[in-house]
Design a protein around this ligand. Structure first.
Ligand code: HEC
Ligand code: HEC
Length: 432
């Protein structure tokens, strides 16, 4: 809790260290509106971890219906951004399971970031927020996009508060909910309270686990077995080697699985990050993650530990709706994801996780694991999921950019030794 209040009290002013790397012509688009898919969710869904859900709110920010309603309004409101054009929902659109469908997000003035927007569904259970875990709580997280120059672009959290406070209905709502005028602390509390109502289960897989053996196809059942055996997904998407995790599919850890390292000079960027980024300042880390190529060093931005270079976290719920995939949105279909894992460590990555290795999955086995992943789609997104699966399937029949059968069925390749000679490497300044 201590960390959170430090963040509020500093009023989070952004000193600008990084210029946006790229800008798009088309801009962020119209703000996606509130609607039925965004309403607070019911605890009656099959598969909800009820106790964990109730326990998720911190003692200093208990859930109340009025606070949740205020947070919901703020989540869809462009007034939080510097020019009124971007809301949280711009990048976390309920129609796309609270993602934006883009490889990387686009904020104010069409500025493109470096990372793919994760869903906020089930973010309430995360041990830490963001791909690199740089924020501890949802409260701490919510302030950062507001002041990031490539997201909502406000010069400070207080500037956003001033915009909101000028609107009489917010002035009244804050007084009603918190008993005082609008301020940064309460602003992020209301948003976090709303996010804690966005738990999403009730998928065919949950029904299967609850005892309905016909809820998922035979292919998906084989996929769930492969996930926990030959395909080795359980090495990272499970509670432990022997303990399956049918709730979140995470191990609350960070891993390097070789994404990004193909297109970026990670060694040089780690050196640059080590010198230029003050990991003790969350705003520095946030700007580096969203606005600079050092983004690819992942968790290393936060810890500066060698083992964390290019490592990230993940979860898998509703993964069919949250394409494209990985922290940089670099893969279009679940077949691409499987092709990546299938070839294992056939890439030159000294920090690759030891659990990555060639899997020798046959085509039918790849289809089975995809069928399992598709069964994690919540009832609210059922029809959209079926459409998306067909689209991905047909794309995968003509385009498999990640497929490398020789590597997938070959031996585990010899990994280069980690060596970071910062003096010998000059960082690249431009992406691609
Ligand atoms: C311009 C696009 C954009 C806007 C606007 C935006 N986000 Fe995000 N959001 C992202 C991206 C990209 C990430 C991942 C960044 C990273 O991990 O470095 C993210 C991450 C998150 C996460 C972490 C989820 C997880 O699983 O780790 C939460 C929660 C979140 N955003 C909530 C919000 C809230 C609340 C707002 C409004 C105050 C907001 N976002 C505004 C793009 C955006
Ligand atoms: C060594 C640990 C590890 C193993 C093994 C592993 N994963 Fe992952 N998974 C991760 C990490 C870490 C990420 C996020 C990486 C990134 O974005 O750079 C991820 C991301 C994903 C994503 C994308 C999620 C998103 O929202 O974009 C999918 C899908 C996925 N994994 C499925 C699988 C499947 C299926 C398997 C088994 C074939 C598997 N994973 C094996 C660690 C692992």
């Amino acid at each position: 809790m201590a960390l959170v209040s430090v963040v509020y009290e500093s009023a989070l002013s952004a000193d600008r260290k990084f210029e946006a790397l790229s800008q798009t012509e088309q801009g962020p688009g119209p703000i996606p509106p509130d609607g039925p898919l965004a309403r607070p969710k019911s605890l009656q869904q099959i598969g909800v971890p009820v106790e964990m859900t109730r326990a998720a709110a911190p003692a200093d920010n208990p859930q109340t219906p009025e606070k949740i309603a205020l947070g919901e309004r703020l989540f869809f409101d462009g007034h939080l951004s510097v020019d009124g054009t971007v809301a949280c929902s711009t990048c976390h659109d309920p129609a796309r399971a609270f993602t934006d469908g883009r490889p990387v997000s686009i904020g104010v003035n069409g500025r493109a970031g470096q990372r793919n927007a994760p869903t906020i569904l089930n973010a309430l259970y995360n041990a830490a927020q963001f791909w690199d875990g740089r924020a501890k709580t949802l409260e701490e997280q919510a302030a950062l996009p507001i002041i990031n120059p490539s997201e909502m672009g406000q010069p400070s959290l207080d500037a956003a508060v001033a915009r909101i406070a000028a609107l009489p209905e917010y002035e009244q709502a804050f007084r009603h909910v918190f008993g005082r005028a609008p301020n940064g602390t309460d602003l992020v509390r209301a948003i976090a309270s709303y996010e804690r109502t966005q738990f999403s289960f009730d998928s065919p897989f949950d029904q299967f686990m609850a005892g309905d053996k016909t809820a998922i196809s035979d292919s998906a059942k084989r996929g769930w077995d492969l996930f926990n055996t030959k395909a080795r997904c359980n090495k990272c998407h499970a509670l432990s080697e022997n303990k399956r995790d049918p709730t979140f599919f995470i191990d609350k850890d960070f891993h390097n699985i070789g994404i990004g390292i193909i297109r970026h000079n990670v060694v040089a960027l780690a050196c640059k990050a080590e010198q230029e980024i003050d990991s003790g300042k969350i705003i520095d880390v946030d700007q580096a993650a969203i606005q600079s190529e050092t983004s690819v060093v992942g968790r290393f931005l936060v810890t500066k530990k060698e083992k964390d270079i290019a490592s990230f976290k993940t979860s898998l719920r509703n993964v069919l709706i949250t394409a494209p995939y990985f922290h940089d949105g670099s893969m279009a279909t679940l077949w691409d994801v499987l092709d990546h894992y299938n070839k294992g460590d056939g890439i030159k990555d000294p920090w690759l996780d030891e659990d990555m290795q060639p899997l020798a999955l046959r085509e039918s086995e790849i289809d089975d694991v995809v069928a399992f992943l598709a069964s994690l789609t919540s009832a609210q997104y059922k029809e959209q999921g079926m459409k998306e699966l067909e689209q991905q399937r047909s794309l995968s029949r003509t385009s498999r950019p990640q497929r490398d059968t020789a590597r997938a069925f070959g031996p585990k390749s010899i990994q280069p030794k980690p060596s970071r000679n910062c003096a010998a490497t000059a960082p690249e300044t431009k992406p691609k």
